[in-house]
Design a protein around this ligand. Structure first.
Ligand SMILES: NC(=O)c1ccc[n+]([C@@H]2O[C@H](COP(=O)([O-])OP(=O)(O)OC[C@H]3O[C@@H](n4cnc5c(N)ncnc54)[C@H](OP(=O)(O)O)[C@@H]3O)[C@@H](O)[C@H]2O)c1
Length: 504
């Protein structure tokens, strides 16, 4: 049986091992399957990363045949930028493995049918009984699918074959529901079978952060309270709701971005060196960071957070509507589209070093960056005010990192000016793969390193739940920032004390 809970890779982050043959069962043929999963899988086929026997069964309510689903998949692949080049020869092999089962997620008959098709396809295509189920469905369907798979014994592993369950975000809407969901899933699945996906962790630059920190000696000695003044993490989006206003009203920026993606970036920046690159060694260190982070009970929220919502404004030279005017959003909505938080980690490394996290919609540009802002020199022997050195990681777009430091300008006076050393990821040639592709492949390989574990999700919710409760009351005065700006003024005050948000 393939090893299901350890990462066989001890010597590096990337392995060239081929995944086991397997059948991927995708529940839901909506936006995610169409725009991300099918293009990512096809691209893995182009890059020769899939096992040749790899096959898919998609499940949805449409009365499709396998051929109709293949036509849908072809269009998805041809219209998505994530698929890369369309190669007819690769496609014709890939599509032979695509199948469709119609039915609703709670229907027994659908699971009877699925069971039969799993057996037939597994023997026809030689997938050896290995099955990965992917919940690309509304979260309200997660529990019913999990228990129906259990009821029909479709979760059971044998000595020779594995079964895994990939769960999309959001994993619960608060601490209580996340715990209920974990509890519910564990009635059927063991923790080693569950892969909670956070697609930010599939990004090459996030993984590079681990490589930069723990694959070099020059950064880590400075990565502590002695040299670091503070750390900023920004995930800015220029898009508004794009028709997903109703979803956003429920989720808000806090659930959609802060609880998962930003907390994950935070733990990777703040964690200690793991003893190995095994999944649990890395996840243990991330958990220790969350445990050491000062809790944010409801009463502390006004002191350490700022919330905002965009009104109408100008973006890329065009007028754009405010959040309250977007489709699916209530005219008096108090849902935040901006959140900034100050986190403090109570341990030897980070005592007194604040971490500022901000994320928002309708900012001037799309950019995700982590910046380690260093202290200024202890003695000032040059004219002018010394600037902080900054080591910044551009997670997306224009992936890379920069080191900002002072240098003497040419000439007789000893003036300093900031200069930058730049590393662009595209210097390796074009970036290959997609974040979803990387994570799908890791799940097929049984490598859970980049998937948050149950205790990580729980601790992240513990930190964010007080914020969610406090944001409900009193009603905020929204909108408080114009679309196309960097958020409300209060955000600048949060970072305060002679510091400022990076101009991105
Ligand atoms: N879209 C994204 O970019 C994105 C990004 C990150 C995470 N996610 C997460 O991924 C998941 C899926 O998102 P999505 O945007 O793809 O949602 P979506 O477009 O609403 O698609 C959901 C799919 O599930 C099907 N479905 C719903 N209830 C069903 C039932 N009872 N029986 C059978 N089929 C049912 C729908 O079928 P019908 O077509 O018949 O209604 C639809 O095909 C969500 O958890 C979301 O939070 C999405």
């Amino acid at each position: 049986m393939a090893n299901t809970h350890t990462n066989p890779l001890r010597e590096g982050m990337r392995r060239r091992q081929a995944p086991d043959p397997c059948l991927l069962v995708i529940f839901g043929v909506g936006d995610l399957t169409q725009r991300k999963l099918l293009p990512a899988l096809y691209r893995l086929a182009v890059e020769n990363e899939l096992n040749p026997n790899f096959s898919v069964i998609a499940i949805g309510r449409r009365p499709w045949s396998d051929l109709e689903f293949r036509e849908f998949a072809k269009q998805s692949v041809q219209t998505s930028k994530e698929s890369g080049e369309f190669v007819e020869g690769v496609w014709s092999g890939f599509e032979q493995g695509l199948h469709f089962v119609g039915g609703a997620f709670d229907e027994d008959a659908m699971y009877e049918n699925l069971k039969g098709r799993l057996q037939t396809i597994s023997s026809e295509r030689g997938t050896a009984g290995n099955v990965m189920y992917y919940l690309a469905t509304p979260p309200s369907s997660f529990e019913v699918i999990s228990s129906q798979l259990g009821k029909f014994d479709l979760h059971k592993e044998t000595e020779e074959s594995w079964k895994r369950l990939v769960v999309e975000k959001p994993f619960g809407v608060n601490l209580e529901t996340a715990r209920e969901l974990n509890h519910h899933m564990h009635e059927v699945w063991s923790e080693h079978q569950i892969y909670r996906i956070d697609h930010y962790l599939g990004k090459e630059t996030v993984q590079n952060l681990l490589a930069i920190r723990f694959g070099n000696v020059i950064f880590e000695p400075l990565w502590n309270r002695q040299y670091v003044d503070h750390i900023q993490i920004t995930a800015a989006e220029d898009l508004g709701m794009e028709g997903r206003g109703a979803y956003y009203e429920e989720a808000s920026i806090t659930r959609d971005m802060l609880q998962n993606h930003l907390m994950q970036l935070f733990t990777i920046v703040a964690m200690e060196a793991p003893s190995s690159f095994e999944a649990n060694a890395i996840r243990d260190e991330k958990v220790k960071v969350l445990r050491a982070t000062k809790p944010i009970p409801k009463e502390r929220v006004p002191e350490v957070t700022v919330r905002g919502q965009y009104g109408p404004g100008t973006l890329h030279g065009e007028h754009v509507a405010g959040f309250r005017e977007e489709k699916g959003v209530a005219p008096e909505s108090v849902t935040p589209t901006y959140v900034a938080v100050k986190l403090e980690v109570d341990n030897w490394r980070w005592q007194g070093v604040p971490f500022f996290l901000r994320t928002a919609k309708r900012m001037p540009k799309k950019v995700t960056e982590i910046a380690v802002v260093f202290k200024t020199p202890p003695a000032h022997i040059f004219p002018g005010t010394p600037e902080n050195n900054v080591l910044s990681f551009n997670i997306q777009p224009d992936e890379g990192m920069k080191l900002r430091f002072s240098s003497k300008t040419p000439g007789q006076d000893n003036r300093l000016r900031d200069v930058e050393m730049d590393f662009h990821y595209d210097s390796f040639g074009k970036l290959t793969g997609t974040a979803y592709g990387r994570l799908l492949l890791d799940a097929m390989l049984g490598d859970a390193t980049l998937f948050p574990r149950e205790d990580e999700v729980d601790l992240a919710w513990q930190l964010v739940t007080g914020i969610l409760e406090a944001f409900g009351e009193p009603a905020p005065e929204f909108p408080n920032y114009d679309a196309g700006t960097w958020g409300p003024e209060a955000g600048d005050k949060l970072i305060g004390e002679g510091r400022r948000w990076r101009r991105l």
